[in-house]
Design a protein around this ligand. Structure first.
Ligand SMILES: Cc1ncc(COP(=O)(O)O)c(C=O)c1O
Length: 391
């Protein structure tokens, strides 16, 4: 991200040489800055914003978010429980399907539950209506506007044959009794223009049902805290929508909440040569930053350049046995040597929630820091027990 390209390691305001690596650092100062932007959107529009736990669940930092955000959204029973226990406020849940056991448990933690189909709604309806009466739980339907904006097929819930959300042809207007909201999620790291185009499709297909809802959830994927994000357009769009239909609006971003708010610090373990210089690190794309291979993308490293841009170019490889465990090619002002520390940026989102212990590689420590106040403290350390417990 542009902001990080001008950052220096010294701007972190902590001594990274003293850290045991690999370690994720979550910067409360950056979280505060993101939340201030989200607060501005809430204040201008009266919308409600909840944190998508799938992107960022580092609960030791929830105290920074809790006063502004209205709650969390979960994809499973365990996320819902984490949201209830560590965030509080509202807990929304959307899963592609629920087992009977899941649903019973969800009723303990959630106050808003979405169904991915009318068959599921019919299956759970009598239990749900009872929970609505007794506990005030709200139920909704996820719709699929069949309008694609996501740049990558893997992240496009509106792609042909998608299982995510009810398409207009399958929508059951006769089963809306007890349904208080509609939910769509089609965006991925996008600006407000993509939301505007999506809303055209939503209104065209489902507009007739909107006035009878209490609210519409516009999903996640809004990169609201990115420098070039058009917040005026977002705010005007929400204000106009609320006025037109007389409904409340929810947003459930994950990335935007913790964008650029985390780092992964790794150490060079070896430098070898095979056609080019290759540095092997004590981290791994496969286990510690799987989105680098899945998206795929090239994370930025503080004070690095593109290959050839600075004097010394290296391919950075992970410590796992996977041949494709390659983070990318980078250049540096000085030659790399064993013991050098590298700081990967934007590592708070879809990182700690996705790590794994393939090869028995240890999970990185998790530390919380504050780049304004200059402190860092270890939140979690992992070891053999974490590896063994999963097997
Ligand atoms: C239903 C739903 N809501 C919210 C999100 C959060 O999206 P993001 O982290 O891109 O803002 C996702 C991401 O996949 C999602 O599937």
């Amino acid at each position: 991200m542009a902001r990080d390209h001008v950052l220096k390691v010294s701007d972190l305001n902590i001594d990274i040489q003293r850290l045991r690596t690999p370690v994720f650092l979550v910067d409360e100062a950056r979280l505060r800055a993101n939340v201030a932007i989200l607060k501005e959107v809430i204040d201008r529009t009266g919308c409600r914003i909840i944190l998508a736990l799938k992107a960022f669940s580092t609960y030791a930092t929830f105290h920074v978010l809790r006063d502004v955000l209205h709650g969390t959204c979960a994809s499973s029973v365990d996320e819902a429980r984490l949201g209830r226990e560590y965030f509080g406020k509202e807990v929304h849940v959307y899963g592609a399907a629920y087992s009977d056991e899941d649903f019973r448990e969800l009723l303990k933690y959630a106050n808003h539950i979405d169904f991915n189909s009318f068959t599921l709604w019919e299956h759970f309806r009598s239990v749900a209506l009872q929970a609505k009466r007794k506990k005030g739980i709200h139920f909704g339907i996820r719709i699929n506007p069949e309008h694609s904006e996501a740049p990558v097929a893997l992240y496009d819930p509106a792609a042909p044959l998608s299982r995510l959300g009810v398409v207009r042809g399958e929508f059951r207007s006769d089963l809306l009794d007890g349904i208080s909201y509609l939910h769509f999620h089609t965006l991925c790291q996008q600006n407000a223009d993509a939301l505007v185009r999506t809303l055209y499709a939503v209104e065209e297909k489902f507009g007739e049902f909107i006035p009878q809802m209490a609210y519409i959830n516009f999903g996640g994927g809004h990169h609201i805290t990115r420098e070039d994000y058009d917040r005026d357009l977002l705010c005007q769009t929400i204000i106009d929508f609320k006025k037109k239909y007389g409904v409340e609006v929810y947003l459930e971003p994950g990335e935007a909440v913790a964008l650029n708010a985390g780092y992964l610090v790794a150490t060079v373990l070896d430098v070898i040569h095979n056609g080019m210089d290759i540095a092997v690190l004590d981290t791994s794309a496969a286990t510690h930053m799987p989105d680098v291979l899945e998206m795929p993308y090239r994370p930025y490293i503080l004070e690095s350049g593109l290959p050839g841009e600075k004097s010394y170019t290296y391919r950075l490889g992970g410590v796992s046995c996977l041949a494709g465990d390659v983070i990318g090619d980078y250049s540096f002002d000085k030659p790399l040597q064993r013991g050098d520390k590298l700081v990967f940026t934007d590592m708070a989102i879809y990182s700690m929630v996705k790590t794994n212990t393939f090869n028995g590689i240890r999970l990185p420590d998790i530390a919380i820091m504050d780049s304004e106040k200059g402190w860092v403290k270890i939140h979690k350390r992992f070891g053999y027990g974490d590896f063994k417990r999963r097997l």
